[in-house]
Ligand binder design. Sequence first.
Ligand code: FPP
Length: 177
Amino acid sequence: MFFQQTETKNYEIDMERVPQHIAIIMDGNGRWAKKRFLPRKAGHKAGAETLERIIEDCRDLGVKHLTVYAFSTENWKRSQEEVDAIMDLLRQYLKNYFKRFLKDDIRLNVIGDIHRLDQDIQDSILEIEDLSKDKTGLFVHIALNYGGRDELRRAITKIAAEVEQGNLKAADITEEM
Ligand code: FPP
């Protein structure tokens, strides 16, 4: 058994039943801030700090994969001020916190279409993905500019290109592909 203590509770965790993969939707940051009469960006900062604790706990508990839905394709519709604040936070995390992954045996993978993100953010993502590619501890997948429909469209476009080039027959397309 592993005992986990938070501000309000003690948890008893059965180490035989730790999940292999946990997925989290970052949500409620705005409501958290509103309740405290703080700007929304303060909620996003608090959400990111909570994510740090979750990552560290997952690593300590031996969880293999953590998927975090951080910024969806829909989230671009928020005010420019809020999108900028989220992107600044992301930039800051890539430059500092995520860089520390390397010494913590954590691997980073970003899912979603990163091409709409600022170039320096894209560069940091690719750099950390590459530097952490041999880490075998916790594998953190962060969904950025991610949408289920967009993911399907991109997969289909890739397969269609293979068919168009004559490398693949439509009848040979499998679920695994
Ligand atoms: C959802 O809360 C949260 C977001 C749309 C943004 C989350 C992204 C970050 C905190 C940026 C940093 C990311 C990492 C991975 C460090 P909400 O605003 O929808 O909350 P609400 O439902 O209460 O309004």
